[in-house]
Design a protein around this ligand. Sequence first.
Ligand code: NOJ
Length: 565
Amino acid sequence: MERQMEPWWKKSVVYQIYPRSFMDSNGDGIGDIQGIISKLDYLEKLGIDVIWLSPVYDSPNDDNGYDIRNYRTIMDEFGTMEDMEQLIEEAKNRGIRIVMDLVVNHSSDEHEWFVESRSSKNSKYRDYYIWRDGKDGQPPNNWGSVFSGSAWEKDELTNSYYLHLFSKKQPDLNWEHEPLRGDVYQLMTYWLEKGIGGFRMDVINFISKALDLPDGTIHPNNLYGDGSPYFINGPKIHQYLREMNEKVLSKYDVVTVGEMPGATTDDAQIYTNPYNKEVNMVFTFEHMDLDSGPGGKWNVQPLKLVDLKRNFEKWQLALHKVGWNSLYWNNHDQPRVVSRFGNDGEYRELSAKMLAICLHMLQGTPYIYQGEELGMTNVVFPLLEDYRDIETLNMYKEKMEQGISHEDIMSGIYAKGRDNARTPMQWTSEGGFTTGTPWIRMNPNTDEINVEQSINDSTSIFYTYQKLIQLRKQHDIITHGSFQLLFADHPSLFVYKRQSADEEWLVVTNFSDQREQLEWKDCDVTSKSREIIISNYDTLNTNENTVEIRPYEAFVVAFKKGIEN
Ligand code: NOJ
């Protein structure tokens, strides 16, 4: 009975579209909404249930749409409101819901609220943003922006500073101010009334700032202070999310996922416990930070698989029967996972399938980022001029000023830059994304890695994803089973068990090109009657007692409980 009441998103798989890079229908080199509509059949074939659409609102594109000028209109380059309504409708006809990106920690500096706000200290909109006086000609505090430089910008007109945690064209909204919150709830309602399936909430755990805005610690090799303790999971965050739920979300059957850098499992237990009525799930960043050194994101260090396993274990156990996990390897801010944690050379296909199986067998809602289902890889553009991302370009400038060499900076960009994820979707061997010149160069490997080729090859990565999506629909154990990590200290095998009342599933994945061997008896499974659910090699290399695990191999075997044959 309880199961029937279960929210639909627990068995859903989400596909993220970065509209600028997905499909261009009019030859201007920029992806658009009609382009997305033209590919809905492809997404239906993959089997996904939800599209998370990165922002399509009107924007001057300082941060590719994460700087919104008008929350109620569509960016000209992407199309019109009629196109958007058509997308919602046509997706619905295929059983696909559209989740919009809600970016309300900040707006564009070209949003009319900000234009009004900066015009005078007496403006009705002044308090929609966070203004402070400078201190002795310096910004109000020492916080650095995520996109380099100070988090404060001086506005000459009123001789005060406004806070921008991201670029200076992304001023932070002031959630303390009730009229601002009311306006946000209205714009959310506007979209929900159009029939969308929910929101992905951009850095939503940054919206409540400690009012006194104290200086942050200056970490080694940093020019600015770290303000994050004063705005991550800030003092009123739970109050605001509950208010948002009460005033808006509770009236619709939708899904919400909060992007929450710095959220721990303790935080996530509060955010995602259904009784708290905050969000359904969070995007955590802990597993995405494991290959960063003490110097932060650009200080790349090799991943230790043991850390990754322990991290997944922590999240799986913490939210089981308490809240809900989101599961992801990729999005528009992260490098391509096959290049990052897999092998994008000889074992590209095997390792991409292995990573898919490893993630999709966990408890939670999986997110696939466009091109992940093809095993798209990172890109190495020799020239800085080929890069577009504001984070990358600002970081390059700041590090050059600090005397770091071009080569060192570029190697960080190759490993971690966000443009790795933003090169256009590879539809055909010639590209197939646009008939014009793409806004950012294609990855030159489109002749080998593309949709056309994947669809025609029944053993491709695409079909592994398709099968994983189907399995989630067919087997409750994936949605509800418990999680147990095995061989926690093994340096290259990630092995875990899922368990329900009548079944046990063993998930075995090899994160290396080395051969390994396991004894079935050490896998702690209670029955020998095993059924292969999915694998990335044709057959298992096994006998009664042992199984050999080949390079980047992954398989899932089901054991029915109580059968000892
Ligand atoms: C997180 C988004 O995912 C990222 O792309 C964006 O730059 C920042 N938030 C600012 O909106």
